[in-house]
Ligand binder design. Structure first.
Ligand SMILES: C=C(O[C@@H]1C=C(C(=O)O)C=C[C@H]1O)C(=O)O
Length: 356
């Protein structure tokens, strides 16, 4: 066995040498791409190009009978892309912190382990940081498939001059972490309200619905606080519980086993059309009868597929609302450009459709 192992490892070493040489070669070319982009101040991050590479490699692997799955190819190459981008231009990524939030995991899945991150303690703060150019990118949650939209994210999209450049979809599994092993003695439960509300069934089953709920700015902050409260518990990610040293009592406590959150990446540029894009806009209606119908008819007449419509309060002295709308297509599609201009809509970004 030892002889055989030695032989196989020798082969692996040779392949690793080859991979390293090829990676160095790739990075030399990436640096040239970076120079071109820097000369014209063009955006470094091109999600549609990265997607195209993943799809091409997945097909190639299938055709050649390779053993790597699409997810595995994606995991390897996303890290390569992230390092490539940082060689082109080092850019900072703000995210809803502290370290250990689901948003942090989402950010790392796209920008890699090696990027320069800036945790910001609330969602609006992430928008401010990007709008003030203290960070090139911001990552925030926008919607969960159990709890619905994150209102402050939609409101901040309206308030700050930033653009959505990509979306990230992530499975969310919550853990229940506490130093108090006897759950009947738990006096306080900390979590972000979104996280708490995704676990109501679990809380009911264990008789925890009457325990005081203390909302926190993030699930990672909940773990941080629970680490100092021996009678407290946190609903947070497994990673956050480990990071802040709070013992895990239960895992996967979310009511919806297909619990997923959609995050957006915000920045300051317009992305290129990929052919599989969505566009987000803000629309206002006149609050007269039939006004919403008239607005929606504009989409139908142009054969534009609506993906989402949410109403948000205008925050004045009325109960009137504005609309956040997602639909298929890119602002570079003639019919979409025309619709946005004609209807005085505010364009929030066109980006690769990445959440099925
Ligand atoms: C190298 C480029 O820049 C970035 C890195 C990529 C890569 O490593 O292949 C692809 C797209 C961009 O996000 C490029 O635009 O081609």
């Amino acid at each position: 066995m030892e002889e055989k192992l030695k032989e196989l490892r020798k082969k692996i070493d040779e392949i690793d040498n080859e991979i390293l040489r090829l990676l160095n070669k790739r990075m030399e070319i990436v640096k040239e791409v970076g120079k071109l982009k820097n000369n014209t101040n063009a955006p470094i991050y091109r999600p549609e190009r990265e997607k195209e590479i993943i799809n091409r490699l997945t097909n190639l692997s299938k055709k050649e009978g390779g053993i790597l799955s699409k997810d595995e190819i994606e995991a390897i190459f996303l890290e390569i892309f992230a390092i490539s981008r940082s060689l082109e231009r080092k850019e900072k990524i703000a995210f809803l912190g502290p370290v250990g939030t689901y948003t942090h995991q989402a950010a790392e899945s796209r920008f890699g382990a090696n990027a320069k991150y800036l945790p910001v303690m609330n969602i609006e703060g992430v928008f401010k940081t990007v709008a003030n150019k203290e960070a090139k990118y911001g990552v925030v949650p926008i919607e969960n498939n159990t709890e619905g939209v994150v209102g402050v994210t939609l409101d901040s999209l309206k308030k700050y001059d930033v653009k959505i450049v990509a979306e990230i979809c992530m499975e969310i599994h919550h853990s229940f972490a506490s130093y108090c092993e006897d759950i009947s003695k738990i006096k306080r439960i900390y979590s972000h309200p979104q996280g708490y509300n995704q676990c109501l069934g679990f809380l009911e089953t264990y008789g925890l619905l009457d325990v005081e709920f203390i909302p926190t700015k993030s699930t990672a902050e909940a773990a941080q606080i629970a680490s100092k409260d021996k009678e407290g518990a946190a609903i947070c990610s497994k990673i956050a519980a480990k990071l802040y040293n709070v013992p895990l009592l239960f895992e996967k406590i979310e009511d919806n086993k297909a619990n997923r959150t959609r995050f957006i990446i915000i920045s300051d540029f317009k992305t290129k059309k990929s052919g599989n894009d969505k566009t987000s806009i803000i629309a206002k209606t006149s609050h007269k009868s039939g006004a919403l119908f008239e607005l929606l008819k504009k989409f139908k007449d142009r054969d534009i597929n609506l993906l989402k419509i949410e109403s948000r309060p205008l925050k004045d002295d009325t109960f009137n609302t504005w609309f956040y709308i997602d639909f298929e297509g890119h602002i570079d599609d003639e019919k979409i450009k025309e619709l946005i201009e004609e209807e005085n809509m505010i364009w929030l970004g066109s980006y690769l459709k990445d959440c099925e």
